[in-house]
Design a protein around this ligand. Structure first.
Ligand code: GDP
Length: 327
């Protein structure tokens, strides 16, 4: 394949080329890996940057409704918006969280929007790498905002946080007890908490929930260099489109501040380092498992560890010294 040609077409903003490029980075085939890496490298050379926004929330909280409303809000302001999904659970459910055609119907038809369903994957590490490369491709294709959606299952948020500039957590109006249920780790990576469904009969509860979260955030922490008042909690109604303008203003304030203070670049540099190490780790593991004799040895030792005949450390050492000897 001529990755140079595909890269040019991606950078020219051709959506079919972008879709094809993402399919290439999602491919599990070993011979596609080198092409995918070359393609992403070529596209990255242009140095284009989008605002990358992570969005998480439990199923039913209103993520797709919010993305549809917020995405339309952005495209109406002349911005180009890409939406990607990271769904580590799709392997289990057998479907993709964006597979449902009724999701984001209006946004998906808009010429300034690009929506990519989540790949069905079995392994979180693989999902991470592919999503990160898909984000980079959308960035190179000239999108201004890349939204990365993930379901709230802990591990995936941490992974998405490593590939975005801002992280939003969507929450439902709820009583005080449920507030306790939001995992501390997720609160810590979120820059803005959005209490959705602040409309109709839920408005009062949403107000209380938002105040509760604001209080919890004050106790939690402020990232050392972020401006006063962040992270913060806001109310939105994805259905009514209420609060979107303020939410976007806050996102711009925070990302602008981070740019002005060198934090944007510092974070991206740190993320690049993280992904480099992940790639090396992943590549080493792949080499181990692709090596037939070592894979067989590992299978036997796994069994021996499971039945208690060998200790984990000792068995691992045997595999690694076999690898060192080039077995
Ligand atoms: P997801 O699973 O997080 O993607 O959630 P959906 O976007 O599919 O929304 C789940 C349900 O919540 C749907 O019935 C939506 O109509 C409803 N919903 C989403 N946003 C709002 C909102 O702002 N207000 C109200 N009242 N309902 C909403």
């Amino acid at each position: 394949m001529d990755t140079g040609d595909l890269a040019q077409r991606v950078m020219a903003g051709e959506r079919r080329a972008l879709a094809r490029a993402i399919t290439l980075v999602e491919s599990a085939r070993a011979d596609h890996r080198a092409d995918a890496a070359a393609l992403v490298g070529e596209v990255a050379k242009a140095g284009r940057q989008a605002l990358r926004i992570g969005l998480s929330g439990t199923p039913g909280v209103g993520k797709s409704t919010f993305i549809e409303a917020f995405g339309l809000f952005l495209v109406e302001r002349g911005l180009k918006v890409a939406v990607l999904a990271v769904d580590p659970s799709s392997a289990r459910s057998g479907g993709s969280i964006l597979g449902d055609k009724t999701r984001m119907e209006r946004l998906s038809r808009h010429p300034s929007a690009f929506i990519r369903p989540s790949p069905s994957q079995t392994q979180l590490g693989g999902v991470a790498r592919r999503s990160r490369e898909a984000v980079a491709l959308c960035e190179g294709a000239g999108f201004d905002v890349v939204l990365v959606e993930t379901v709230g299952v802990g591990q995936s948020e941490t992974m998405v946080a490593e590939m975005v500039d801002l992280f939003l957590l969507l929450l439902a109006p709820a009583g005080g007890d449920e507030l306790q249920g939001v995992k501390r780790g997720i609160m810590e990576i979120a820059d803005i908490l959005l209490v959705n469904k602040a409309d109709g009969a839920l408005l009062d509860v949403a107000r209380r929930t938002c105040a509760d979260y604001s209080g919890a955030l004050r106790l939690l922490r402020k990232r050392a260099q972020d401006p006063e008042g962040f992270p913060k909690a806001l109310m939105v109604s994805a259905v009514e489109g209420a609060g979107l303008e303020q939410a976007w203003a806050e996102m711009e304030t925070l990302s602008g501040w981070r740019r002005d203070h060198g934090l944007w670049e510092a974070t991206r540099a740190e993320q690049a380092r993280h992904w480099f190490e992940e790639e090396v780790r992943h590549g080493l593991l792949r080499r181990l498992t692709e090596n037939t004799s070592l894979a067989e040895k590992m299978a036997a030792l796994r069994e021996a560890v499971t039945t208690g005949q060998r200790t984990p450390a000792e068995a691992a050492e045997e595999v690694l010294s076999g690898f060192d000897r080039g077995e």
